[in-house]
Design a protein around this ligand. Structure first.
Ligand SMILES: Nc1nc2c(ncn2[C@@H]2O[C@H](COP(=O)(O)OP(=O)(O)OP(=O)(O)O)[C@@H](O)[C@H]2O)c(=O)[nH]1
Ligand SMILES: [Mg+2]
Length: 657
């Protein structure tokens, strides 16, 4: 087991424990008839997010720094040989995702570069199998696997205008970034745009997704990668090579795609100084070599503006060799284990916190609703008990009187119910307004307008204004959404309050709908784009590329933000009504029960004692339920606070370390 495996296992067992606890809770709620359809649906949602939970780790660098070799060394040494192609010069020609879906046989899927011309993004094309070339992988033969994966390195020659129509940047000179020209006047371009490898591997099976990227040349050409895949990765490894030193273009990649200048803290970002074996000069003393490594680490840290301890010196090549040969000394000398440990420590807690926060929020709502329901039931029984108890020794007249009182209560409640139904129609009118703001059609209209304006804009400044406007309007719509959501909340607050006053229902405050998350995401996108643009001095011929990039990435993301807001608003609207509805339903049942009891006593078909006993029995049952609920909640809360697994997980790591 490697260090990564241990971190991952601790995380996986935590996640599985949580999954089991929530599944048990769900079963219990069903058994107790505490869960209605809506509660059950929400539990299912929470569970399914926990189930197909993915963890992304990306490898980014200039070409030939050893990204692919490092992936081989960290994750695929047990395969006994190099899995991903790694060689001098530009090797990986397209972004490559390694993952494992047990549902399909091992294979590699390749998206032809020509699909760039269609204007569809990679994420849009994921769902269209016929666009991809799929090649099965024969896992029993490492040679055949390595051979099949050579496709990632394939290039092809196309005419200049074809390359341009695909939005690829052509380098005029050998030293420039971009696609190279050949002697016959053609352009060498990657054959594939994106690759997805379905590969059986224990970590991949548990939800790890590894992203290998080509050097900067291609990075710059697929904006989806830099603006969507990388920012959402739970860990990004940035690789430098000791033989090349820190070059200008390394620094550029770091600043443009990885470092987060705003927040200073580069959470989940790790810098690797690879190829330290190049410094293992046999004629030098170990201290001298160590000093040289340290000097390079310091230089790296200084150039990247990070802490010295955040730079991990390794030799990917020697690590792979050592692991394959089982050479412990060399594994140690390659320093790969320190890096693996750091990777585990950066990425897994980061991911775990995200999962915890989401689950905690969703479960918190559910638990609150369940507690409320039990409190209400308990109070109902107490009132009922009091009422029956007071009948003791009373004559028929008093009982008659009481019965008519309950009847009056019931009628009053039914009238309120009618009012409640009327509010529902106002509620649905208001929600329609909310949905109109969030309608994707409006976003699409804004997108079309922006595109038109950008295309007719003649200057870099003009483009900037168009982009700023686009983001400003997207933000303004979010503000409208916030206003409308607040109105709905106030409406519901009024309804809740009236019910409480009239019928003594429990005090429930409807939750607010916050758009902060989306606004922040919009702002982040805006900053990112403005930053990219500000670093450019554009020639007219490059403007089209910028527009394309913008539409490929930012616009798709804004659309996705809106889609997410739509879904969340949908959930919110459901939750805002449901506590009220379940309370009303409960109250109705209780009123019916009270009436029934008194009726029976009135008709002398039941004795008072029998009735009291029965109610006490019901009350005790609810108390038991309450206790059981708290026990379940406690075990879930403990898991969410990492209490039990934290101990188990880290003890495990320490023992074997
Ligand atoms: N000496 C030495 N060479 C290494 C090491 N890691 C990688 N290399 C070599 O460096 C070259 C580039 O490695 P790759 O893994 O292809 O680099 P990459 O970053 O994936 O490059 P692209 O795919 O072109 O972006 C290959 O010839 C590797 O054998 C190392 O630790 N030491
Ligand atoms: Mg590579």
């Amino acid at each position: 087991m490697t260090n990564i495996d241990q971190h991952f296992e601790a995380y996986s067992s935590w996640r599985q424990g949580l999954f089991k606890a929530i599944t048990d809770f769900r079963g219990w709620l069903q058994g107790q008839e505490l869960a209605d359809v809506q509660v059950d649906q929400r539990m299912e949602q929470i569970l399914s997010t926990l189930r197909d939970d993915k963890l992304y780790v990306a490898f980014v660098a200039e070409f030939s720094r050893g990204k692919s070799e490092l992936i081989n060394a960290i994750f695929f040494a047990s395969f006994g040989q190099r899995v991903l192609p790694s060689s001098a010069g530009r090797t990986t020609m397209c972004p490559t995702e390694l993952q494992y879906d047990k549902g399909s046989a091992p294979h590699i899927r390749l998206l032809p570069i020509e699909t760039r011309a269609s204007g569809s993004s990679v994420s849009e094309l994921r769902a269209f199998g016929e666009e991809w070339t799929t090649i099965p992988l024969d896992i029993d033969s490492p040679e055949k696997v390595a051979q099949a994966l050579q496709h990632i390195a394939e290039i092809k020659k196309v005419a200049k205008d074809v390359a341009q129509s695909m939005g690829l940047h052509i380098a005029e000179e050998e030293t420039q970034n971009g696609m190279h020209l050949t002697d016959d006047g053609l352009v060498e371009v990657p054959k594939w745009r994106h690759a997805i490898i379905n590969f059986p591997h224990p970590l991949l099976e548990q939800g790890l997704v590894i992203l290998d990227t080509p050097g900067l040349n291609a990075l710059g050409t697929e904006p989806e990668l830099t603006l969507s895949l990388l920012p959402s990765a739970h860990a990004v490894l940035f690789i430098l090579a000791a033989d090349a030193g820190v070059t200008k273009s390394d620094i550029q990649v770091w600043h443009d795609y990885i470092a987060n200048p705003k927040h200073g803290a580069n959470k989940g970002r790790i810098a690797v100084l690879n190829k330290i074996d190049g410094l293992w000069d046999e004629l030098k003393k170990p201290e001298e070599i160590e000093r040289e490594i340290r000097r390079q680490m310091e230089e790296t840290a200084r150039h990247l503006g990070i802490d010295l301890h955040s730079v991990y010196p390794v030799s990917a090549q020697k690590a792979l060799l050592a692991k394959v040969k089982g050479d412990k000394k060399l594994v140690e000398r390659s320093r790969i284990l320190d890096l693996e440990d750091a990777l585990g420590q950066e990425m897994i807690p980061h991911k775990r916190d995200i999962v915890r926060d989401n689950t905690e929020g969703d479960m918190g709502d559910l638990i609150k609703a369940m507690r409320l329901l039990i409190t209400q039931r308990l109070r109902g029984v107490h009132e009922h008990l009091g009422e029956i108890g007071s009948l003791n020794g009373k004559n028929q007249d008093v009982i008659d009187h009481m019965m008519s009182k309950v009847k009056v209560d019931k009628e009053a409640f039914e009238k309120s119910l009618m009012r409640f139904q009327a509010t529902r129609s106002i509620f649905s009118q208001q929600t329609n307004v909310l949905y109109t703001h969030l309608n994707l059609k409006n976003v699409d209209r804004l997108i079309a307008e922006t595109k038109r304006d950008m295309e007719s804009s003649m200057t870099t400044g003009g483009l900037k204004t168009c982009m700023t406007n686009f983001f400003r309007q997207s933000q303004a719509t979010m503000d409208e959404v916030a206003k409308q959501a607040n109105e709905i909340k106030e409406l519901m607050e009024g309804v809740y309050k009236k019910f409480q006053e009239d019928h003594g229902l429990t005090n429930v405050k409807p939750k607010a709908f916050s758009v902060m998350k989306y606004s922040r995401e919009l702002k982040r996108l805006e900053d990112k784009h403005m930053q990219v643009l500000s670093g450019m001095s554009l020639l007219m011929s490059e403007q089209n590329t910028v527009i394309r990039k913008f539409f490929d990435s930012a616009v798709g993301k804004v659309r996705a933000i809106y889609a997410m807001a739509n879904r969340d608003a949908d959930n919110w609207l459901k939750t805002i009504m449901s506590p009220m509805e379940s309370q009303v339903r409960e109250h109705q049942i209780q009123l019916r029960r009270r009436l029934e009891s008194i009726k029976r006593i009135h008709k002398a078909s039941d004795t008072l004692e029998d009735r009291l006993k029965e109610l006490e029995h019901v009350r005790d049952g609810i108390r038991e339920q309450d206790k059981a609920l708290e026990a379940q909640v406690q075990s879930i809360t403990r898991l969410l606070n990492f209490e039990s697994t934290e101990e188990a997980g880290f003890a495990g790591v320490e023992q074997s370390a």
